[in-house]
Design a protein around this ligand. Structure first.
Ligand SMILES: Cc1cc2nc3c(=O)[nH]c(=O)nc-3n(C[C@H](O)[C@H](O)[C@H](O)COP(=O)(O)OP(=O)(O)OC[C@H]3O[C@@H](n4cnc5c(N)ncnc54)[C@H](O)[C@@H]3O)c2cc1C
Length: 388
C-alpha cells in the first residue's frame, strides 16, 4: 500500500485540514466502520454514525461562515466523503446527499434564504435532492410534478421516487415544472421544501440490494404549499441550476465510490497475503498479480483525476461537465470492478456475509446507476468531441 500512502502524504493539507481528516479517520475507525454491518443487516438508519459526524460538525465544512459554517476547501469535503464511505457506504451517502441537495442553496440562494435555511444545516440537519419520478430518471425533462403559483405561495402536486434521505431530510431541493411555462425544459424549476409542509407526505420505502442503511423513499405532494420565498433562482431556471450543481455532486459520487473501492482493495490484498493454497499465498499466483496491478494502477489514476477535478472546482471553473463525468464514470466502474474482484479473490468466503467484501459489492453497484448511469456519462463524454 506504500504507493497510496505516498500519494496521500504528498497532498498539501493545511494543519487545520489535516487535523479534521485525522478526526474523521478516528470516528470511522471507532464508530462508523464497526457498526456498518449491523446497520446494513437491520436496514436501520445509522444514527450513531450520523451523531458522530455531527459531533465533528462535518456539515459546517461546506457552509459559509456567515451562516454558521466553518468552510474548508472542496477537496477536504471529498476526502471526508471518501473516508466515511470506506467505513460505511450508507453513512457516506447520507452525509454526501445533504451536500448534493443543499449546494444550490449555498451557491445560488438569496440572502434571506441563506439566513433562514443554512444555519440548521451547518448544525447537522439533513438535506435531500428530489428529481427522479417514475417516468423521469435519466431524462429529467420527463418530470410531471407541477409548481402552480398562488399568491405568495407555490402549490405542488405530483410525486418523486427513489429519494435518498427523503424521510429524514429537514430541507429538500425539489424540482418540478412551472405550470405557466409550456416547455419540457424551460419550465423546470427548483425550490426548497421544508419538513412538515402540509400536503407533503412520505410514500413507500424501498428495499434495496445495497446501501441498506440509507433510506430511499417516495415523496407525495397533494396541494403542498411552499412560500414563493423558497424558490431557488427564477421559474424555469431549474435545468441550468441542475447542470451547475452536478459538476460538484458527481465528483462527490466519485469520492463515495473510491471509498468503497479503497475498502475492497484493502480487504482483498490482506486476504490474498494471508490465504494459502498448496503452500502458496493467493497473491503469489501471477494471474492474480496481473489483476491486482491493473486495479491498483486504475485506483491511483482515479485518485489523481479526482484531485484534478477538485482543483478545477476550487478555481471557480464552471465548464467542467466532461471532467466531472469522467471521474464519476471511471471511479464508479472501478468500484464495481474492484469489489467484484475482491469477492472473487476471497473464493467462497467472499460470498458469505461475514466478510465485508460481500456488502461492498452490493454497495458498489448503485454508484454506476445514480447521478447519471454509466451509459449516460459515456454519451456525455463521447458527444463532447463531436464538432458542433
Ligand atoms: C437507491 C437509489 C437512490 C437514489 N437516490 C436518488 C435521489 O436522492 N434523488 C433523485 O432524484 N434520484 C435518485 N435516484 C434515482 C436515480 O438517479 C435514477 O434511478 C437514475 O438516474 C436512472 O434513472 P431510471 O431509474 O429512471 O432509469 P432509466 O432512465 O429508465 O434507464 C434505464 C436504462 O436505460 C439506460 N439509458 C438511459 N439513457 C440512455 C442513453 N442515452 N444511452 C444508453 N442508455 C441509456 C440507462 O443507463 C439504464 O440502463 C436513486 C436511485 C436509487 C436506485
Amino acid at each position: 500500500m506504500k504507493v497510496f500512502e505516498e500519494l496521500e502524504r504528498r497532498r498539501d493539507w493545511s494543519e487545520d485540514e489535516r487535523q479534521l481528516i485525522q478526526s474523521v479517520e478516528r470516528i470511522c475507525r471507532d464508530v462508523i466502520a464497526p457498526s456498518a454491518a449491523a446497520y446494513d443487516e437491520a436496514e436501520a438508519y445509522p444514527q450513531a454514525s450520523m451523531d458522530a459526524i455531527n459531533q465533528l460538525g462535518l456539515n459546517a465544512i461546506f457552509v459559509q461562515e456567515a451562516y454558521g459554517g466553518a468552510p474548508m476547501r472542496y477537496r477536504v469535503y471529498l476526502k471526508v466523503v471518501q473516508l466515511i464511505s470506506a467505513a460505511c457506504a450508507s453513512t457516506g451517502i447520507i452525509y454526501a446527499t445533504t451536500f448534493h441537495g443543499l449546494k444550490p442553496l449555498i451557491d445560488f440562494g438569496t440572502e434571506d434564504q441563506k439566513q433562514r435555511l443554512l444555519p440548521r444545516i451547518a448544525d447537522g440537519a439533513i438535506g435531500a435532492l428530489a428529481i427522479t419520478e417514475p417516468n423521469a430518471g435519466s431524462d429529467a425533462t420527463g418530470m410531471t410534478t407541477s409548481f402552480r403559483p398562488s399568491g405568495d405561495h407555490i402549490v405542488i402536486d405530483g410525486g418523486k421516487i427513489f429519494i435518498s434521505n427523503g424521510d429524514v431530510a429537514d430541507e429538500i431541493l425539489l424540482f418540478g415544472k412551472w405550470s405557466a411555462i409550456d416547455d419540457a425544459r424551460a419550465s423546470i424549476t427548483a425550490l426548497i421544501l421544508e419538513k412538515g409542509t402540509p400536503g407533503f407526505s412520505i410514500g413507500r420505502t424501498e428495499k434495496k440490494m445495497g446501501h441498506r442503511a440509507a433510506p430511499t423513499v417516495e415523496l407525495k405532494f397533494e396541494g403542498a404549499r411552499v412560500p414563493k420565498a423558497n424558490l431557488i433562482g427564477a421559474p424555469g431556471g431549474g435545468l441550468k441550476l441542475l447542470f451547475q450543481c452536478l459538476n460538484k455532486s458527481r465528483p462527490s459520487i466519485a469520492a463515495h465510490a473510491l471509498g468503497i473501492a479503497t475498502a475492497a482493495f484493502g480487504d482483498m490484498v490482506a486476504y490474498m497475503n494471508e490465504r494459502r493454497l498448496s503452500g502458496r499465498r493467493v497473491i503469489d499466483f501471477q494471474g492474480n498479480q496481473f489483476s491486482l496491478a491493473d486495479m491498483a494502477t486504475d485506483l491511483a489514476m482515479c485518485e489523481l483525476w479526482l484531485d484534478h477535478v477538485a482543483a478545477l472546482v476550487e478555481s471557480g471553473a464552471t465548464d467542467i461537465g466532461v471532467e466531472a463525468s469522467m471521474v464519476k464514470m471511471r471511479s464508479t466502474d472501478l468500484a464495481m470492478r474492484i469489489a467484484t474482484e475482491a469477492v472473487q479473490m476471497h473464493g467462497g468466503y467472499g460470498y458469505i456475509r461475514e466478510f465485508r467484501v460481500e456488502r461492498l459489492m452490493r454497495d458498489a453497484k448503485l454508484t454506476q446507476i445514480w447521478e447519471g448511469t454509466y451509459q449516460v456519462h459515456r454519451q456525455l463524454i463521447g458527444r463532447s468531441f463531436a464538432d458542433k
